[in-house]
Design a protein around this ligand. Structure first.
Ligand code: BG6
Length: 491
């Protein structure tokens, strides 16, 4: 018997700046990712110094081309449909819709692209989960406001949200206000359009930007519900599981403290107020938030309908200096980032290699049980429906002589994770859906590489943009199709 409810949402997720390309078509202006080179060319430096980086000529910019989804969307949706998707998580490119700051009217040519994609997906029986901002802050925001450090971004964002809510009122039911909102602490450019090198007090800047985004998110929830009371609007974080490395109590405390840096965001979005531990943190760190009249009321009123997250790996936290030396890579879980030594990895100050787990080729620990743990943890904390809106394995895939991709390692990863998600549902978690990350190979967010592939569909394209962009089904394509057809029973 399947653990998954009858109407469970099965699908995949992509983001505009990693998928679409067409960076200068139909009036689109640059987004933050459009000015970044491939890793190995100082991508990490560029992320921290975007205004200077924008003056350089790197020659090749992975995000500008994506996988040319702008011209392949129809074929891609057909393939998703063939796998049986009943949901597709996508995002809009903000600078495609509002190419300049302060524009009164949205760019109609840019919106037309989303009309076509959404209409087609609906026609094929897919619900849409729309991420309003998935690491796609327009470059004008960095240039003119230093991103979300400036509260004028709230109005700019709400303009985008209103445009989408009204236009897709009858077609899109699920909305996510910000992708991985906790990434603001690690990824100030992607998640907040911030040139962190220009901030005299980077910690203060990050939390002020966080406040501005939390207010924007809450106001968007209120607005969305006014436009269509049936909308389900959610928060989304990079899911964090921080195991204490030992039973040493200091490790447990450190793990808790590290996790709170992420839960801080949905704590506010789901409960409607700043938790006491955050107020203590602000005080201890001399952070003074500029909170205007009405902000706290908005936070209170604009609580989310569901909480969603991405999950790729877990972390192991230690306070022991000898163990701390064995750092691990992974999707971020704490507030620090390290150097670009060829590829960009984002590792926490105190997260270390977990000796019980294997890792992907990019060093991300593989921990399916962590997904069950996280689903239970988040549901216990908020008692609101949850969704896993990203999960997958980034690996090197090779086309074999028979013109196929035999990716049993991906099937194993997905199978083990879906099984644990089923067990979490059996534990009692109300989980609405699962959109795995990157059903089709797209460029990697952290490194800009094409060779870090997550898809069930292979795209003929290399790290430097060479290739035909031809789509080829991998072995995992038929496997996921069976999973969906059996509602998660046939793994
Ligand atoms: C999440 C992001 O952090 O992880 C995605 O929401 C990203 O945009 C995904 O692609 C996987 O990370 P990467 O760097 O392997 O693409």
């Amino acid at each position: 018997m399947s653990n998954f409810p009858k109407n469970f949402l099965w699908g995949g997720a992509t983001a505009a700046d990693q998928y679409e390309g067409a960076y200068d078509l139909d009036g689109k202006s640059l987004s933050a990712s459009d000015i970044l080179p491939l890793s190995g060319n100082g991508r990490k430096w560029a992320l921290d110094h975007p205004l200077e980086a924008a003056k350089k000529n790197y020659g090749f910019y992975p995000a500008r081309e994506g996988i040319d989804g702008y011209h392949h969307w129809e074929e891609d949706l057909e393939l998703f449909h063939e796998m049986g998707f009943n949901v597709y998580r996508m995002s809009v490119s903000w600078p495609r819709v509002f190419p300049e700051a302060g524009m009164e009217k949205a760019n109609e040519a840019g919106l037309k692209y989303y009309d076509k994609v959404i209409n087609k997906a609906r026609e094929l029986g897919m619900d849409i989960i729309m991420t309003i901002d998935h690491f796609d802050t327009p470059f004008w925001a960095t240039d003119e406001f230093n991103g979300w450090t400036d509260r004028r971004m709230i109005d700019e964002y709400l303009k985008l949200a209103r445009t989408l809510f009204t236009r897709y009122k009858n077609q899109v039911k699920y909305w996510i206000t910000f992708n991985e909102i906790n990434a603001l602490l690690n990824y100030p450019l992607f998640a907040g359009g911030i040139d962190i090198s220009r901030c005299s007090n980077p910690l203060q800047a990050r939390y002020q930007a966080a406040h501005n985004q939390l207010v924007a998110s809450a106001k968007a929830v209120i607005m969305g519900h006014e436009i269509n009371p049936d909308f389900k609007i959610g928060s989304m974080i990079a899911g964090v599981v921080n195991y204490p490395n030992s039973p040493y109590p200091e490790d447990a405390l450190e793990a808790q403290e590290t996790t709170r840096k992420s839960y801080f965001f949905p704590d506010v979005q789901a409960r409607g107020y700043y938790p006491l531990y955050a107020k203590r943190f602000f005080k201890d760190n001399n952070i003074h938030l500029d909170i205007e009249d009405g902000d706290l009321e908005a936070l209170k009123k604009g609580t989310v309908d569901f909480v969603s997250f991405s999950y790729y790996s877990s972390s192991d936290v230690s306070t022991d200096p000898r163990i701390k030396a064995k750092k691990t890579a992974g999707n971020f879980s704490s507030a620090s980032s390290h150097n670009d030594g060829g590829t960009v990895t984002w590792d926490a100050e105190n997260t270390v290699i977990n000796p019980y787990l294997e890792s992907s080729s990019w060093g991300w620990a593989i921990d399916p049980i962590g997904l069950r743990y996280l689903l239970n943890d988040i549901y216990d904390r908020y008692q609101k429906p949850v969704m896993v809106v990203e999960n997958g394995l980034g690996e090197h895939d090779a086309l074999t002589q028979d013109g196929k991709v035999h990716d049993d390692y991906r099937i194993k990863y997905m199978r083990d994770h879906i099984k644990q998600m089923g067990l979490a549902i059996h534990d009692g978690v109300e989980c609405w859906g699962y959109t795995m990350w990157g059903p089709i190979d797209i460029i990697a967010n952290s490194t800009g590489e094409m060779s870090k592939r997550y898809g069930f569909i292979y795209v003929d394209r290399d790290d430097h943009g060479n290739g035909t962009n031809k789509r080829i089904k991998k072995d995992s394509f038929d496997w996921y199709k069976k999973v969906i057809a059996s509602n998660g029973e046939n793994l």
